[in-house]
Design a protein around this ligand. Structure first.
Ligand code: GDP
Length: 296
């Protein structure tokens, strides 16, 4: 699919043989296509703008090597810039803190928070030999705590016993206490989501953060989130302070533009991607692959 943009740019630029450097007009024509590709990939408009500005700066006046066509050269500049903006390879969840290390999962309802909580717990247990406790702090959706308990049974990971009528902050406090007493290495707090960001949600998240002092705050977001990705990431980062992002549903048809949008506004790394509903469907984030996908 990557050839797609290359072909489009080739059609615009490859007639320019014999010229030594890319002119402002050549680059502008090419960037119109780049902009279109990014918008098709659902990258947020502000981010598309800042990205194309960065590429313009690098491309105008760049000398076109004899061995490559101008279209290929612009694609390379775009591709390299995209990889740089998407961030480094091999980011992982940090457990570099005194036990029990608290990981707080945040995000909108339906983003895949509970599923991802269990996937991460399973991975830390199986691959790193950690003793993990999971707790659902979602007191709003009646079945939420039960859902996590079932995933715990399925994956063989402990869950905090459910006590009715406790508030999210009470459950957070109890989770950390239980993890300390039980000798757990890691405790993962699965917080409540809403269909959209609102003030009470942010107040609740800040309260949980305060009582549990998480070492990692992971924003779980659906990779199909379009223009809302920027607001979502900015709000959670400003109000709660995230340390990383997990993008779910990367197994779908989406081109993953949300990855670029969220990374650009928060500067926080994408640590993992969800690639299916199964408990093992969690992968490392590879910027190069996502860059190819975004360019289409
Ligand atoms: P929550 O409301 O944020 O806790 O969302 P859930 O964890 O309950 O997930 C909502 C739905 O998305 C469930 O049916 C999950 O199986 C599904 N889901 C979660 N992550 C992924 C993923 O990476 N890929 C796919 N295809 N489905 C996912």
């Amino acid at each position: 699919m990557f050839e797609n943009l290359q072909e489009r740019l080739g059609a615009i630029l490859n007639g320019l043989t014999g010229r030594g450097a890319l002119s402002e007009a050549d680059v502008s024509a090419a960037l119109r296509e780049v902009r279109r590709a990014l918008i098709e990939a659902d990258v947020a408009l502000d981010v598309v703008r800042s990205f194309t500005d960065r590429v313009r700066e690098k491309a105008v006046g760049a000398t076109v090597l004899k061995s490559v066509k101008p279209g290929q050269m612009v694609v390379k500049i775009v591709h390299d810039e995209l990889i740089e903006m998407l961030g480094s390879e091999g980011e992982t969840i940090s457990l570099n803190a005194p036990a029990p290390v608290v990981i707080m999962m945040v995000g909108l309802q339906g983003s895949g928070k509970t599923t991802t909580t269990a996937k991460i717990a399973k991975r830390l247990t199986e691959r790193q030999g950690k003793k993990v406790l999971m707790a659902s702090l979602d007191t709003r959706r009646p079945a939420a705590q039960e859902q996590l308990k079932q995933l715990g049974e399925q994956t063989g990971v402990s869950t905090l016993p459910i006590i009715a009528d406790q508030s999210p902050t009470e459950i957070a406090r109890r989770s950390v206490q239980a993890a300390k007493l039980g000798g757990y290495d890691v405790v993962i707090l699965d917080t409540a989501g809403r269909t959209h960001i609102d003030e009470p949600l942010m107040v609740e998240m800040a309260g949980i953060h305060q009582v549990s002092a998480p070492h990692e705050v992971l924003l779980v977001a659906d990779s199909l989130t379009g223009q809302d990705a920027v607001n979502l990431a900015r709000n959670f980062d400003e109000r709660v302070g995230i340390t990383g992002i997990v993008l779910t549903r990367m197994d779908g048809d989406g081109r993953g533009g949300a990855a670029l949008s969220m990374r650009a506004v928060t500067g926080k790394p994408i640590k993992l991607i969800g690639v299916g509903e199964k408990m093992d469907a969690l992968d490392e984030f590879h910027p190069r692959r996502v860059a190819d996908r975004i360019l289409g």
